[in-house]
Design a protein. Structure first.
Length: 51
């Protein structure tokens, strides 16, 4: 990280910002699809014992 991007919080400012820079950008469609697919655990056995 470049030194010019470092933010030093003021005394009355929290040390961890409430919003990250990328939280102002809407999620990409594939991120929303991935979130939906992660709602249920994937229990399928993908082991390949053919060798």
């Amino acid at each position: 990280m470049s030194d010019h991007n470092v933010h030093i919080p003021a005394p009355d400012e929290p040390s961890v910002p409430e919003l990250e820079l990328d939280e102002t950008v809407a999620p990409r469609p594939e991120e929303e699809i991935a979130d939906v697919l992660r709602t249920e655990p994937d229990l399928e056995d993908r082991s390949d014992y053919s060798e």
